[in-house]
Design a protein around this ligand. Sequence first.
Ligand SMILES: [Fe+2]
Length: 262
Amino acid sequence: MSLLNRDKSEFFHISESETQSLVEPKVFFNCLGKSLSLDNKTGQISELVELPSEWKGKHDSEVGTLEIFVLKGSLICDLQVLGAGSFLAIPIGSGIFVAQNYDRNWSVTEFPGEISSSNQLHGVLSQSLRWPDPIVDGIHGASNGLLRLVCIAPGFIGDNRQESHPDCWEEIFWLAGDFFMPGTGLQAPGSYLTNPPGHIHGPLVSQRGSVMLVHTDSPAGFDFHEPPIDQKVLEGHLEKESWLDEPKHLCFSNHLTSVSLC
Ligand SMILES: [Fe+2]
């Protein structure tokens, strides 16, 4: 699969994406990996990279910011061993930031799409991986966007209206748990979704909870769209979704009343 540009929405499982020899960024030149998206204007790239043992690389921080979330194995940077779940950032200019999985703090995020049922919010926890990460007047993230590890609690049902983000491109990479988005599909570990500005998606439902990386390229505001999706569709997912089965990735056609593999 060639680098996917960010002009249209994409939804696929990483197993469907071809492993190839990477060209950019230079630090990963000739490494094997999967290209997920490319912004042709800024050169920003999202990709999965497989680093062989004994690999060594050097990133030129004058060229751009490098952000790495370690999915498996380990990486050594500045003599620090970064195991699975670790995060590494080398911002433009200078400095290296490292955060082990067990050293990062979760904070409760006020999620604009969450329905309050009997005045009981299910809750969304977030770890900010890019700073600053403000929430001002319902707009999430700073001028260069947000990068968060997000954990949604079991039983979560979002606003039953679909949402869009007017001014940002959004990508989500699922790491754990189950997720359901009517009109898009079922998300499982390894699912990947992109939403260009204004692309309508959602609502969001999870039976067992879900952990995902959420990334935007600029501050994320929320618009909600009428008519709402029937609450029974959302509750129906929870009522039939087993806690014992492995979460499945399934792409739906972009039509809320019909389901087809894509
Ligand atoms: Fe979204």
